[in-house]
Design a protein around this ligand. Structure first.
Ligand code: GLN
Length: 514
């Protein structure tokens, strides 16, 4: 049997349906891969001990002739921000170490109903704050392309798991880029759906007006398949849209089939298309991708979104403000950790000692910032102003979408930086999300997919498309069409060019490097 970890979720689904292998085979192959490489990559915080039993149950149902959903028996990884019955859900924080939720997030419930097999929970920056996964309380994840580099963040674990063939696809969450930026720097595909398109119920909240759950995968079609499973109205989430959504998988298949982008107006957003802070290799590959799009019949237009310049600044007021409120519940009474000062203490002292011990530096920084921005006397100057900028950014999007059907930019300004490089420079870290944050502020959907390797360091770079709210299907069609054109040029998927991790870790040992 060929290596099942190399198959996409769509291929695994086809093989399972055709009886070429079982879900136990597919699940075991991924568990073996995790055992072989995750010591180096550290994509997982927890591996699901029940995965094989769950796979066996799906196999038994299939053997009994039951008509199963398309993805039944396919394994998936889950970002640790999502609540899962029977598996710890820590959000990368000591505060929740060992906490096992009494309920499943809606997306997890839907995933289980579709017969998907959870492989485990993936590493992340603490409470999803970060762009490198270095803020995880449980140690960083490493980029499968180069173990000295970050895998992006906050969802570096999910992206690295997918890029290292430790899962065919995964669930992530994107508040300011945490699905799309990790996808960009690991050569994977990631989608932030329209705000309200996927339930947030059971996703440990960072900033509720920005958070969206979405898929990470190696192909556009696989993201679409997972989005079809997790998306749609959920009465348990008051911001959930009631729309009937089209099949995203069908949209992706249409893009692949047609390959033509005739008449599609692609708007290059001047403010996030390059220039200061953008690596030369990113700009170069972006230019080449635009040429490919034009060759396929797309009309490339330049659009201006003048207020995007202030997006990062507005985001880093709105996010900490909402986070300071959301994280107030971690108070030693309701969840997880409780630290009692020596000799006892008042309730307030216990809360303070618990938060001091349980929260990391970046989380504390943002709680302080957010509390300050919301305090009487400063509310209008900071939080109020940021909300006004948010409205201006939304207007920029509306104007831009009058001139273009989709907007395009690099998915991240640089390739994966070195572990430790930006850890002491929060502003530099924040600026890595310059291309992804606007979509969250406006609630519009965005997809990131690989557009090649940067010539200067041989690391993956990603391209991002954004569409008007509710037009997620358009992103899958355009994304799949471009993916097809790029793969023709590369002679296969970009990730097949990634170094063989199992071999390289053996090499490192024989070198005496580790
Ligand atoms: N890197 C961004 C931040 O630190 C995005 C986080 C996210 O999307 N969860 O806030």
């Amino acid at each position: 049997m060929s290596d099942l970890t190399r198959l996409t979720a769509a291929e695994l689904s086809a093989g399972l349906t055709a009886g070429e292998f079982t879900s136990v085979d597919a699940t075991q192959a991924h568990l073996d891969r995790i055992a072989a490489v995750d010591g180096d990559v550290h994509a997982y915080l927890h591996v699901n001990a029940a995965a094989l039993a769950e796979a066996e149950a799906v196999d038994a149902r299939r053997a009994a002739g039951e008509q199963l959903p398309e993805l039944a028996g396919v394994p998936v990884a889950i970002k640790d921000v999502l609540c899962t019955i029977g598996m710890p859900s820590t959000a990368g924080s000591k505060m929740l170490e060992g906490w096992v939720p009494p309920y499943d997030a809606t997306v997890v419930e839907r995933m289980k109903a579709a017969g998907l097999i959870a492989l485990g929970k993936t590493n992340m920056d603490e409470f999803a704050m970060g762009s490198s996964t270095e803020h995880s309380a449980f140690g960083p994840t490493r980029n499968p392309w180069n173990l000295e580099r970050i895998p992006g963040g906050s969802g570096g674990g999910s992206a690295a798991a997918v890029a290292a063939f430790e899962a065919p696809f995964a669930l992530g969450s994107d508040t300011g880029g945490s699905i799309r930026q990790p996808a960009a720097v690991t050569g994977s595909v990631g989608v932030k759906p329209t705000y309200g398109g996927v339930s947030r119920y059971g996703a440990i909240a960072l900033a509720s007006s920005l958070d969206q759950v979405g898929p990470v995968s190696r192909t556009v079609l696989d993201s679409a398949l997972l989005h079809d499973v997790i998306g749609g109205h959920d009465p348990k989430d008051s911001t959930s849209l009631k729309d009937a959504w089209p099949s995203f998988a069908e949209a992706a298949r249409a893009g692949k089939r047609d390959g033509s982008l005739k008449g599609l107006r692609v708007g290059v957003v001047k403010q996030i298309a390059g220039g200061e802070g953008f690596q030369a290799g990113v700009t170069q590959r972006f230019g080449e991708s635009l040429e490919l799009l034009a060759d396929a019949g797309a009309e490339i237009v330049e659009v201006s979104a003048p207020n995007f310049e202030y997006a990062v600044a507005a985001y880093y007021l709105i996010l900490p403000a909402e986070a300071s409120s959301n994280l107030a519940k971690f108070d030693s009474v309701r969840f997880g950790l409780r630290v009692t000062p020596e000799g006892g203490g008042t309730v307030e002292q216990v809360m303070a000692a618990t938060r001091e011990a349980g929260l990391g530096d970046e989380v504390k920084r943002r709680i302080i910032l957010g509390t300050y921005a919301l305090s009487a006397g400063y509310y209008d100057a900071y939080y109020g102003s940021a909300q006004k900028v948010r409205t201006l950014i939304q207007q920029d999007f509306s104007n831009a979408f009058e001139q273009a059907d989709v907007l395009v930019s690099p998915a991240a300004p640089t390739t994966a930086f070195k572990l430790g490089e930006k850890l002491d420079d929060p502003l530099a870290m924040y600026l890595n999300d310059i291309t992804t944050i606007p979509a969250n502020l406006a609630g519009v959907p965005g997809i990131g997919l690989p557009m090649g390797l940067a010539p200067e360091d041989g690391l993956p770079v990603g391209i991002q498309f954004m569409a008007p709210a509710r037009e997620d299907a358009r992103l899958y069609t355009v994304g799949a069409a471009l993916e097809q054109l790029l793969e023709e040029r590369w002679g296969g998927p970009l990730l097949s060019q990634a170094p063989d991790l199992a071999a390289s870790s053996m090499l490192a040992v024989s070198d005496g490097a580790i």
